[in-house]
Design a binder for this molecule. Structure first.
Ligand code: G3I
Length: 362
């Protein structure tokens, strides 16, 4: 048996069989139970089956606990590089792992993502394209992937991070070849695929830096309106990635205002990739309080916004976060759990925000 299959089977077994008690904290309060009791769809977490996570039984015990996490997002494996590594050759097995893990523990899946500047295979980034040929490749990619995963996906992030901080379009092969129309066209293709399935799969635009007023926020509002005005395209929601650090986070008031600007357009909001890096590790006492406050403010803004339907952290274990000190100038430990799977104070803050009570650890 290949090591890959062995790892995946171990993860599936871990999904259904309890493992012996270890250091991991799986005691109450339970974030997903609390969020669902308060009318939200879920409190969820990203996870990445390309890493050691799936063979880490202590990690999987927390991940599999549906009282804590009721939704998951694949960190990498549904991106273009993984799903269509060569033109017309689709490999869905790694994304299938996420769907299987989710099904085993009653989680919904936010599928992520169909079109993005990053994690593209070389045949896309280095291809010689015309408007017509790239559109055809994009349409094939989107429709094949949406139709394959079907209603295994609760939603799709159709286009990810199309905008720059100055509000212009991020330079990538799609924008350079097709122009700004690639965004509504991607939504059109995704919507056509959903219609052909006859399924209720929600279509999202997902980005960071759009959560509060500013140039990028304004540009994202305009982009949503463009998609809404496009013939046979549809957008259900906007994902607020919500990547923050203790050196900078958005206040609850600014996030509430940011959410309401979008909900006025008739779309729902989800917090999709929440994390808050400490400016250095180990986190100082004051950084832990600031981190808790930013988690609290973000979750609280979502709880107070009826159209904010779910909240997801971008993994829950510092060990596997994308923010590692070596890569981010010393910043780290941005998750709700430390590497030994004990909890940051921010976990308590999130539970309190969901319940609408004052933060005791901020
Ligand atoms: O798969 C290779 C593996 O074979 C190799 O051994 C290893 C060595 O470094 O690299 C692995 O690929 C890495 C991949 O994650 C899977 O682990 C890439 O180098 C690494 O760049 C990639 O990073 C991902 C990043 O997106 C890419 O931009 C992160 O895991 C993922 O968490 C991050 O997620 C994004 C969201 O999709 C969009 N919003 C921002 C968010 C954080 O950057």
């Amino acid at each position: 048996m290949s090591p890959f299959k062995h790892t995946f089977l171990a993860a599936l077994i871990a999904a259904v069989a309890p493992v012996p008690a270890q250091a991991q904290n799986t005691s109450a309060p339970y974030l997903n139970t609390l969020a669902q009791s308060a009318g939200k769809l879920w409190f969820g977490t990203a996870m990445d089956t390309t890493t050691r996570e799936v063979s880490d039984s202590a990690y999987m015990t927390v991940f599999n606990d549906t009282q804590i996490f009721g939704q998951t997002t694949p960190g990498n494996t549904m991106k273009w590089e993984f799903t269509e590594p060569s033109q017309g050759v689709f490999t869905f097995s790694e994304g299938d792992e996420t769907i299987a893990l989710a099904k085993a523990t009653g989680k919904k899946v936010r599928c992520h993502n169909l079109v993005w500047s990053s994690e593209l295979p070389a045949w896309v980034t280095g291809g010689t394209w015309t408007n017509e040929t790239l559109l055809a490749a994009m349409e094939t990619h989107i429709k094949t992937e949406v139709e394959y995963y079907g209603d295994g996906c609760w939603s799709w992030d159709v286009v990810n991070e199309a905008l720059d901080s100055d509000g212009g379009f991020t330079s990538n092969v799609f924008y350079e070849t097709i122009g700004a129309a690639y965004v509504p066209l991607a939504f059109q293709y995704a919507y056509e695929a959903v219609q052909s399935l006859g399924a209720d799969i929600k279509l999202f635009y997902n980005d960071y830096g759009i959560e509060y007023s500013g140039t990028k926020h304004t540009a994202a509002l305009a982009l949503v309106q463009t998609i809404q005005g496009w013939n046979n395209a549809y957008i259900d929601g906007v994902g607020f990635e919500s990547h923050y650090s203790t050196s900078w986070g958005a206040s609850k008031a600014s996030q509430l205002e940011g959410m309401s600007d979008f909900t006025e357009l008739g779309v729902q909001i989800q917090v999709t990739e929440l994390d808050v890096g400490c400016s250095s590790v180990p986190c100082s006492t004051s950084d832990l309080a600031t981190q808790a406050q930013i988690y609290y403010d973000t979750v609280s803004a979502c709880m107070d916004t009826e159209e904010c339907t779910g909240m997801t952290v971008w993994d829950f274990d510092d060990e596997y976060s994308w923010i590692q000190p070596a890569d981010y100038d010393g910043e780290g430990d941005p998750c709700l759990y430390y590497s030994d799977l004990s909890r940051h104070p921010a976990y308590t803050a999130v539970a309190e925000a969901i319940q609408g009570i004052d933060c005791s650890v901020c």
